[in-house]
Design a protein around this ligand. Structure first.
Ligand SMILES: NC(=O)c1ccc[n+]([C@@H]2O[C@H](COP(=O)([O-])OP(=O)(O)OC[C@H]3O[C@@H](n4cnc5c(N)ncnc54)[C@H](OP(=O)(O)O)[C@@H]3O)[C@@H](O)[C@H]2O)c1
Length: 277
């Protein structure tokens, strides 16, 4: 049996008791077909056991095939997918879920997320009623065992409050944009209070952190790359990082994060402004 870094084998436990591997492999912007299939296959071979996709990424079919072909038992791989942000109607949500399960073809989904509180073309639109209607479908899916846990993405505190007030199941996770200098303290604190696991998407700021001179100097001090420093930082905050790369050497590098950042250096990172702003 190969041995993998702790970052890949350690797990968080969601509020419903479901365990989730602490580092997830992101697949946004990886085209369906060989690119997605090969990247997911490489990630699984490198020891990742958590794959993050979405119907909007258009690559669920290749993700599913790579997971099935891996030979790894299905219950050892955690698969997250998402209902497209523009779907705010119960019947449409059921139809989209049916399409997702057909495309993935992996049986029960481990975590199903509302991709955003509003359509990406209307950021900030008040979709409270639609989110509640869709969440009730998520609760049905959860109750039936079609999904093992349910959550949201890009939800801020008011979005979470209105959902929690009107429905029964508190989201198990909230996937938000989070990286050094962009740490969303209000929603992160709210999620901690309500036992909602925060997943950090774009932990490298979609590549935006990598050329930062201050981060490069700090990473050098640990003999690590900026990507590794950035992923370790997220884990040190108790959050779940979702790095994406299609480069095989980087797939391995991004999981090799079993090192300790000093308290002083964490404080320095905490005080940094958003390097991408
Ligand atoms: N819920 C949402 O609304 C939402 C939104 C955005 C993202 N996400 C999720 O979060 C995942 C990650 O976010 P992201 O795709 O924005 O990007 P990211 O992980 O922050 O950064 C990815 C970029 O960094 C490069 N990179 C990765 N590792 C590297 C390394 N070790 N050295 C140098 N360059 C490296 C990649 O290049 P190469 O691929 O060329 O190697 C790619 O250009 C997504 O794939 C998706 O699953 C969710």
């Amino acid at each position: 049996m190969p041995t993998f870094p702790n970052a890949l084998t350690d797990r968080f436990t969601l509020s419903n008791g479901v365990e989730i591997p602490q580092v997830g492999f992101g697949t946004w912007q990886i085209p369906d077909g060989p690119e997605t299939y090969d990247s997911v296959a490489a990630a699984l071979a490198a020891g990742y056991r958590h794959i993050d996709t979405a119907q909007a990424y258009g690559n669920e079919e290749s993700v599913g095939r790579a997971v099935r072909d891996s030979g790894i038992p299905r219950d050892e791989i955690f698969v997250t997918t998402k209902l497209p942000a523009e779907i705010k109607d119960a019947d449409e949500a059921r139809a989209r879920f049916a399409r997702t399960t057909g495309d993935l073809d992996l049986g029960a989904i481990d975590l199903y997320l509302i991709h955003a509180p509003w359509p990406w073309t209307e950021i900030g639109k008040d979709c409270r009623e639609g989110n509640i209607a869709v969440w009730k479908v998520f609760e049905e899916l959860y109750g039936s065992g079609a999904v093992r846990s349910i959550g949201v993405s890009n939800f801020q505190v008011p979005d979470l409050e209105s959902l929690i007030e009107a429905t029964d199941v508190v989201p198990h996770a909230n996937q938000i944009r989070y990286f050094i200098g962009h740490t969303q303290p209000e929603v992160t604190a709210f999620c901690a209070e309500h036992e909602i696991l925060v997943e950090a998407y774009s932990p490298l700021a979609t590549g935006g952190l990598l050329e930062n001179a201050e981060l490069q100097a700090l990473a050098r001090k640990y003999g690590r790359s900026v990507a590794q420093l950035s992923i370790r930082y997220v884990l040190d905050k108790g959050l779940l990082p979702l790095p994406k790369t299609t480069t095989p050497s980087r797939i391995v590098e991004n999981a090799d994060v079993d090192f300790e950042i000093s308290v002083d250096d964490i404080a320095t990172l905490d005080a940094m402004d958003d390097p991408t702003a």
